[in-house]
Design a protein around this ligand. Structure first.
Ligand code: CTP
Ligand code: ZN
Length: 151
């Protein structure tokens, strides 16, 4: 077998967010507020991937995200995998699931919506998970999860 080296070093404990479409890497950083993270974070960007061409990978030592945090990622990268690492081993692979609602994550694309004109959190319910249709709780406008702008 050919010698196989990790492009980014392995971690002992924590979370490896893998198979991020390369251009979404920094959106994942923002959604998980990794700018404010105190634990070590390593970010690989534009790494070669057999599955998706170029990928991003983010490793956060000693950090295990909640389901709410993980499911937020559905707005940018529904196919990513979160590997839970304990004692250098992958003990679990978590997939992102589209949540039932999204609060304070994406913008409403209706400029007249109250949430664009008052200092308040946006609030969407997921109308159709299969097709990724979100509906604004305030103005009822629908939009596709693939075209959303983050707050
Ligand atoms: N990883 C890590 N530190 C460890 C163990 C694994 O950083 N101690 C990383 C691996 O480099 C890989 C990811 O976690 O990017 C998932 O590991 P593994 O399941 O062993 O790799 P694959 O089988 O290639 O996973 P997949 O099928 O999801 O691509
Ligand atoms: Zn609205």
């Amino acid at each position: 077998m050919a010698r196989k080296e990790l492009l980014v070093s392995a971690i002992e404990n924590g979370t490896v967010i893998d198979h991020i479409p390369a251009e979404k890497t920094f959106q994942v950083v923002n959604l998980l507020h990794l700018q404010d993270e105190k634990n070590p974070v390593t970010i690989g960007y534009n790494l070669p991937s057999k599955k998706i061409g170029r990928k991003g990978i983010i490793k956060v030592s000693n950090k295990f995200f909640t389901d709410e945090e993980i499911n937020r990622l559905s707005v940018v990268a529904p196919k990513i995998v979160l590997n839970i690492i304990k004692n250098y081993e992958v003990v679990e692979k978590k997939l992102v699931e589209t949540p039932d609602e999204l609060r304070g994550i994406v913008k409403c694309n209706n400029p007249k919506c109250i949430c664009n004109n008052e200092p308040m959190e946006t609030w969407f319910t997921i109308q159709d998970k299969e097709h990724g249709i979100l509906r604004c709780h305030y103005c009822d406008k629908e939009q596709n999860i693939n075209n959303v702008e983050l707050v």
